[in-house]
Each structure stands twice: as structure tokens, then as C-alpha cells.
Ligand binder design. Structure first.
Ligand SMILES: O=P(O)(O)OC[C@@H](O)[C@@H](O)c1c[nH]c2ccccc12
Length: 257
């Protein structure tokens, strides 16, 4: 059911001629008590799904904004167990699909089968695990499949076309097209070949393609979304949430429509 919830949310948006907007927030940034309110605010703003980050001490794919958010969350005592328990307890008020983004270490410590089962119980629809390449995903895919949790794969600007074909055929829910060479974080501008890259991936992929990394203005949102099925915005959303700039968040979300 959980995986289907994500697929349905994305497809119904696209079928209506709309574009997908997925914000990334760090679980526990502001304390886990704030999580329900943060999710409900974003849900109300019209997002298609929410990517929820598990704070980790060695976030290799993350830039300064998310690193700092992770530190704040860890200082609040946030753990994977705490996040899953919190999600379980607020599950009935959440309508949008939740995607967990976590590095693999916390999953190993938690236990793979237990992680999958608890994600299911917490109503999680999908996972993004950036430090596990497709070839190694087998370690996790059995348990996640059984729990009906989508595994979302990442394609990057440097992946050769054959590899993108493989990655997209294995990706569930959508394919995450990384739009910069490097780590997460707001960017002023993108490489000129980004649009071509998105169009190329779109042509190959059987699942919807969402662009993410560096997207931080309404103009970025609009232009990226015009070359694929929608966008993911992390660092900018975290910065705005942290400053209490809620109207600016609504504006960014509305830029995909
Ligand atoms: O922060 P940005 O540049 O807007 O990028 C999205 C991103 O935050 C989110 O999807 C994400 C956060 N950490 C990650 C690690 C790997 C892949 C993706 C992510």
C-alpha cells in the first residue's frame, strides 16, 4: 500500500497536467515535537510528497545547510528510532506520502528487516539511500519489497547512458535526477547541459523523473520542472523553515503549477 500511495500521488499530479514538488526537511530540526506541524504545513502548501531526512554524523552527499540542520537535529537527540516512533504516532493526520532519506549506517544498526517493517508500520512510502549503489541494493531490497516500500534511485550528471538505463529500470516511484556535480546546497546557476540531461533521462525512464540538488528559486523550479516531471528542493526549504519564512515556502511550492 505504501509504495502505491507514492505512485498514485505522483501520477495523479502528472495526469492533471501538473508538476510534482517534493520538499526535503531534516527530521528533528526544531525537535521531533515540531515534525507534525512541519509536515502539515507543507501538506497544506500543496506538496506532492515529503522527503524526510534522518540526521547522520557523516552526511557525505550533503552541503553546509543540510549538515548544519543535521547537527541541530542530532543535538536535539534525534534518532532513527525516534523518527519512526513519531511518524507512527502522527500517521493518522498525514495524507502526503513520506519518503525517508537516510544513509545506510543507521539502517544497519537498526536492523534491515526491522527497519523495513517499522517503516511500513509508520506509513513510510519510499526510501532514498544515497550511499548504496544499485549493485549493492540487494542487501536491502528483499525486506523493503516485502514491506511495499519504494526504493528511489539516483542518476547523476556523470552516469553514462547505459547506467542511467539500468538505474531507471530499477527505480520505484520516480527517478531522482541529480542536477549538479557535487553535494546538496542552493546554487545560483546550473551547467548549461542540465536541460539536455533531464530530457535524455525523461526519454529513457519508465518512471517519472524528478530533478533535485541546487534548486533554490522559483525561476529554478519553473525551468527545471519544464524539462521533467517535477522538482525536489532541500537546502532552501530548510533555510526558510529555520527562519520561519513560511510565505516564501508557499511561493516556491506554487512555482511548479
Ligand atoms: O538541498 P538541495 O540542493 O535542494 O538538494 C535536495 C536534497 O536536499 C535532498 O533530496 C537530499 C538531502 N540529502 C540528500 C542526499 C542524497 C540525495 C538527496 C538528498
Amino acid at each position: 500500500m505504501s509504495k502505491v500511495k507514492l505512485e498514485n500521488a505522483i501520477h495523479s499530479k502528472i495526469e492533471k497536467g501538473g508538476k510534482v514538488f517534493i520538499p526535503y526537511i531534516m527530521a528533528g530540526d526544531g525537535g521531533l515535537r515540531a515534525l507534525e506541524e512541519q509536515i502539515l504545513f507543507l501538506q497544506e502548501a500543496g506538496v506532492t510528497a515529503i522527503e524526510l531526512g534522518i540526521p547522520f554524523s557523516d552526511p557525505v552527499a550533503d552541503g553546509p545547510t543540510i549538515q548544519e540542520a543535521g547537527k541541530r537535529a542530532l543535538n536535539e537527540g534525534t534518532t532513527l528510532t525516534g523518527v519512526l516512533n513519531e511518524l507512527k504516532s502522527i500517521k493518522s493526520s498525514i495524507e502526503v506520502p513520506i519518503i525517508l532519506m537516510t544513509y545506510v549506517n543507521p539502517i544497519f544498526i537498526y536492523g534491515i528487516a526491522r527497519f523495513a517493517a517499522d517503516c511500513k508500520e509508520a506509513g513510510v512510502s519510499g526510501v532514498i539511500i544515497p550511499d548504496v549503489p544499485v549493485e549493492e541494493m540487494e542487501i536491502l531490497s528483499g525486506s523493503l519489497k516485502q514491506a511495499e516500500i519504494a526504493i528511489i534511485q539516483l542518476a547523476t550528471l556523470t552516469s553514462p547512458i547505459e547506467r542511467i538505463k539500468k538505474i531507471s529500470s530499477l527505480s520505484e516511484g520516480f527517478l531522482y535526477a541529480v542536477t549538479v556535480k557535487g553535494i546538496t546546497g542552493a546554487r545560483a546557476a546550473f551547467n548549461v547541459d542540465v536541460e539536455e540531461y533531464l530530457e535524455e533521462i525523461k526519454a529513457i525512464s519508465k518512471v517519472p523523473v524528478l530533478a533535485g540538488f541546487g534548486i533554490s528559486t522559483s525561476a529554478h523550479v519553473e525551468s527545471m520542472a519544464s524539462h521533467c516531471d517535477g522538482v525536489i528542493v532541500g537546502s532552501k526549504i530548510i533555510e526558510l523553515l529555520n527562519n520561519g519564512e513560511k510565505d516564501e515556502i508557499k511561493e516556491l511550492v506554487a512555482a511548479v503549477k
